[in-house]
Each structure stands twice: as structure tokens, then as C-alpha cells.
Design a protein around this ligand. Structure first.
Ligand code: IMP
Length: 426
């Protein structure tokens, strides 16, 4: 029957993998629609902790087919490594279970070099990218010069085009940044082996989704990053280069809006961000440090410490509007346990003027003129990790969730109270 879309409602790292893991139990197809291996989610399977970057987490459920959609950018080396890791754990990663859209774009090693060179050249105004080549590959997509996964169907021709692509990047790198890079021929040979390996996974992603929906199956669309990293609606230029919002699921997978039955926005019970750019509720004090330590707020992909701050419902309201959220999944509530008082930004103020929505469109300088207006709520001291129903939570924790729902205007259908799969209130 329907399509369910899961998106990040903040700056990424909200715990989308966890929510996808919860929802994947009842679906037939899990499809990733944007980003590349800049994303990362940690999953615990068969006693092992896995860090996946490209393969959707639905792969853990035997009956689920997984799709890497057209909107995703794929580093084939990374994908092959992930397949090897999953296979070593005994998981079925055969081409009947995992599909790669032929329209997904391919990352070359020189995209990574370009990413690094551009970041270095920006100096103090660097974006703080993951240096996985994401910006350069999406720029080449818009310039219509990339290789796509479907080109791997003919590995020899693919290898020739890889060499051409690397040479073109090399020229740019030498002229503009004085950087020398990888060998075109060695890269071509290496990419030829990836093409041999990945060719069986190629599929028409849009057809796969369309057929599943027509057959009454449920398709779970998995977003990477989050609203404020979205290329159009985020804190530009401190954003990633893809469409992280619900609309990105439609363009990134190739189906129409009439199929969407549910849009779930994932938000932490506080806020984090990695990389540079504005962050109105950032805490540069002991409380921020405490949240980082208790919440293990270090990047899955780069290991960088995440910037931490109070929950900002101005952002959540904006997420409800841009994505058409019907519900929130609130993660890591347990990290706030032990705080005396908890602050939440409920509006922004500038020269006596108030706004309830995140003013993203006028850019980061205009955003800096606004200051958050906080409400303070009582904290709770109890360990909440054993709660499985809202009634089992301390009163202050129940109140916190209820106020967030009221401020955001949508219900929280999932609240996580610990890292284990079952540590959640649904
Ligand atoms: P890029 O996507 O590597 O170009 O990085 C652009 C910005 O997005 C940087 O601030 C990154 O830290 C951020 N970013 C990219 N992917 C993720 C993610 O999965 N979680 C959180 N931040 C991310």
C-alpha cells in the first residue's frame, strides 16, 4: 500500500537508523534516497557493532529488499567493503536482496581530493565536510559529466570513462589548487574490479519502487542527514549537497506524492551538529560537555566531536512544515536524565520581533541576528532506560515529551530511552 518516509528533523545524526530499524519490521522494501557515505549509522547485529554508510539498515531483516536509489552518490570501493563486512557476518547480501539503482552517480577518488582541496582553500570559512567527495560529485551531477552506476554494466568501457574522469579532475586540481593526485590508469583498473562485483546489483530503482507500491507493498524511504543540512532548506552554505527532506524521497527514488501515507521526522531530545555553521542553542559550557559525553556524541563517519545544545522546537516546527511531518520520533531522551532544569528554545527574537519558525532563507548572517527564547522545564533524576510505556516515565520526563509535542504540533510516536533496540516507548 503506502510509502513511509523517514527524515532527519535537525542537522543529521538524529538516530534515523534506529527508527528505520523499528519500522523495517513491517515492510517489504527499504530504499535510501539521498547522500552517500558521508552518512553513517551504527547497528548492532549478531553481537557485532556495524557502521554502515550506504547499505540501508533493512538488510538485517531477511524478508526485506534494500535499494540504493537514484538520488544517492556511491563510492564503489566503500560499497564493496560494506558488502564484504556484511557477508562476513553471515548476512544475505545477494543481488536478490540488495539493489543499486542504475541512475545513482559514482564517486571517483578525485572527487575526494577535490573536496579536501576546496575545504583547504576556504580556510577559516571551511564547511567542515566529511571529505567523502559529496559536494564535488553532486556538482558534477548538475554539470552532467558524471558516471552513473548503470555504466558499470560494461566494465571495460566503464574503466575507460573512469580514467577520462580522473584526468579531467587532475587538470582542474593542478591548475586551481596545485595538487597532484591519483593515477588514472590504476584507478580505472581498480574501478573495473568494482564494476565486475557490483554489476549484478544494478536495477531500475524507480520501477522497483513503483512495482512494490502497485502490488500493495510498503516501501520505507530512508533519508540521510537532516533538514538543516538540506541543500535548499538548510543553513546554506553550511549544508550537504543533496535533498534531505521528504520531497527528496520522491525525486531520489522516482515515485509520486499520492503514495505517501506517513512522514516521520527523527529528532534527538536535544540538538547536535557536526561541521561549521550557525547553531542557535549551542552549549559551549559544562552542560554541552555532559551531553556530548553521556550521549557519545562523536561522528560515525569522521569521529569528530559533535557540537551539542538544547532542543530547539523552532527547528522542529520548520521540519513539520517543510517535510509535512505527521509524527516525531524522539531519540536519546535518557541522555537528559540527571539535569536539574532543561531548556527548550520555543521562539526566536530580533529587535522585539518574534518568529516561531526557523528563518533559514535569508542566510546565516541574518540568522545570527536572532536569539533563542527559552522555556525552562524541570529535569528528572531517575534512570528511565527501563521504561516501555509513557506511564512508566517520571512525571517531568512525561511533561517534557508532552510539551515538545504541543510546541511542534505533532505527536511523538517513538521515544528512545537507551541504545538497545527494545529500549523505546512506542
Ligand atoms: P558533506 O556532506 O561531506 O559535504 O558535508 C557537509 C556538511 O554536512 C558538514 O557540516 C558535515 O559535517 C555535514 N554532514 C554530512 N553528512 C552528515 C551526517 O550524516 N551527519 C551529520 N552531519 C553530516
Amino acid at each position: 500500500m503506502p510509502a513511509i518516509i523517514v527524515v532527519g528533523a535537525q542537522w543529521g545524526d538524529e538516530g534515523k537508523g534506529r527508527v528505520v530499524d523499528w519500522l523495517a519490521r513491517g515492510v517489504q522494501l527499504v530504499a535510501r534516497f539521498n547522500g552517500g557515505d558521508n552518512a553513517g549509522h551504527t547497528i548492532i547485529a549478531q553481537g557485532h557493532t556495524l557502521k554502515l554508510h550506504l547499505v540501508p539498515s533493512g538488510i538485517l531483516y531477511p524478508g526485506v529488499t534494500c535499494l540504493i536509489g537514484a538520488g544517492v552518490v556511491v563510492n564503489p570501493q566503500r560499497l564493496v567493503e560494506e558488502l564484504d563486512t556484511l557477508a562476513a557476518l553471515g548476512l544475505d547480501i545477494s543481488p536478490t536482496r540488495l539493489k543499486l539503482s542504475a541512475a545513482a552517480h559514482i564517486i571517483l577518488p578525485t572527487h575526494l581530493v577535490l573536496d579536501g582541496a576546496r575545504e583547504e582553500a576556504r580556510g577559516a570559512s571551511a564547511i567542515g565536510t566529511t571529505r567523502r567527495g559529496i559536494g564535488p560529485v553532486y556538482a558534477d551531477k548538475a554539470s552532467r559529466v558524471n558516471l552513473r552506476a548503470g555504466d558499470m554494466a560494461d566494465p571495460e568501457r566503464f574503466a575507460e570513462r573512469v580514467a577520462e574522469g580522473v584526468r579531467a579532475h587532475d587538470r582542474r586540481l593542478e591548475e586551481k589548487y596545485g595538487v597532484s593526485t591519483v593515477s588514472p590508469d590504476a584507478t580505472a583498473a581498480e574501478y573495473c574490479t568494482y564494476a565486475q562485483r557490483l554489476r549484478p546489483y544494478l536495477a531500475d530503482g524507480s520501477a522497483l519502487v513503483g512495482e512494490a507500491l502497485a502490488a500493495g507493498k510498503t516501501v520505507l524511504c530512508e533519508g540521510a542527514q537532516g533538514l538543516l543540512l538540506d541543500l535548499d532548506h538548510g543553513t546554506y552554505p553550511y549544508v550537504t549537497s543533496s535533498s534531505c527532506v521528504a520531497g527528496g524521497a520522491l525525486t531520489g527514488l522516482g515515485f509520486g506524492p499520492q503514495h505517501v501515507s506517513r512522514v516521520v521526522g527523527v529528532a534527538k531530545a536535544y540538538t547536535t551538529r557536526v561541521g561549521a555553521g550557525p547553531f542557535p542553542t549551542e552549549l559551549l559550557d559544562e552542560t554541552g560537555e555532559r551531553i556530548r559525553n553521556i550521549g557519545h556524541e562523536y561522528g560515525t563517519t569522521t569521529g569528530r566531536p559533535r557540537r551539542c545544545g538544547w532542543l530547539d522546537v523552532v527547528i522542529l516546527r520548520y521540519a513539520v512544515r517543510v517535510n509535512g511531518l505527521n509524527e516525531l520520533a524522539l531519540t536519546k531522551l535518557d541522555v537528559l536524565s540527571g539535569l536539574e532544569r532543561i531548556k527548550v528554545a520555543v521562539a526566536y527574537e530580533r529587535d522585539g520581533e518574534r518568529t516561531a519558525y526557523f528563518p533559514a532563507e535569508f542566510g546565516t548572517e541574518a540568522l545570527a541576528e536572532w536569539t533563542p527564547v527559552y522555556e525552562e522545564l524541570p529535569g528528572w533524576q531517575e534512570d528511565i532506560s527501563g521504561a516501555r510505556r509513557r506511564e512508566e516515565l517520571p512525571r517531568a520526563a512525561r511533561e517534557y515529551i508532552a510539551r515538545v509535542e504541543e510546541w511542534a504540533g505533532v505527536p511523538a510516536t517513538f521515544v528512545s530511552v537507551g541504545p538497545e533496540r527494545e529500549q523505546a516507548i512506542i
